[in-house]
Design a protein around this ligand. Sequence first.
Ligand code: AHR
Length: 328
Amino acid sequence: MRKLSLLVIVMAAFLALVACSSATSTTEETASNTSTEAKTMENLTVGYAQIGAESEWRTANTASIKETAEKLGVDLKFSDAQQKQENQIAAIRSYIAEGVDVIGFSPVVETGWETVLQEAKDAGIPVIMVDRRADVPRELYATYLGSDFVEEGRKAGEEMNRLLPDGGKIVELVGTVGSAPANDRYTGFRDSMAENIEIIDSQSGDFTRAKGKEVMEAFLKNYGDEIVGLYAHNDDMAIGAIQAIEEYGLKPGEDIKIVSIDAVRGAFEAMIDGKLNVTVECNPLLGPQFYDLALRAVNGEELPEWVPSEESVYYPDKAEELLPERQY
Ligand code: AHR
């Protein structure tokens, strides 16, 4: 009898243990189900490390990132690195420490990102490169959303060939040294440039109006009216250079043919005034595509290595008609 009651006690204890462990695993399952529940825009937290505010293009790009977040209900943490890589790296580190769901950034230059991107990967936070690409291994980023800068350079080269059928000496205003758009627009232009065109000088204007003007003044001082063409890697530098050309006493768009890149409103205004000959579009309105990709990355979707943005080329003849509908 005593043996029987001992057996009953042991069995009861065993059953209690099983019940308890299955209760624990149910709680764990519920917890893990909750943590793997698909994210939505409304509960998505994004850290965005912007380059700065160096151009009209960048201003439009920032507005697109901020306005789209507000529209979608995304919690956006935004920082402006004032064109300094160390500031962008510090911002990315702070987003990792805060535990955001996803990080977006436009690398100011192409190199020097491996360490911080590895830190993001170790923390399980997907990173999306927007507008500019960094030279890093594929496993360190979820996708790159942006333009084909080499193609933009090629289009600019073809336009210069058309504007200068007899060839001649031209100068080049390069973007930020070491940045993807500066490197690729430099290469693309040379890919398509005709043999009778000679680039007699090429200097960085750091994508800003002030620097573009300053460097163009130096070009004019050194080469004067030998210069028949200017290729500027962005509209802001071209607009600064236009001022320098006028102050020097030449006619921009006539004495010196000008091709630039971006297609911002300022470029349309310059084309209407006959001071700029062509602008090749680089689309800054990347906000909607960025958040779509961000959500997909957070929810575990494999994304393509590159999502290219669509772009056109604009000429003075349609500038007046198109200006009112330009959003940037
Ligand atoms: O990365 C895109 C480039 O950066 C734009 O062409 C230029 O205007 C900007 O500053």
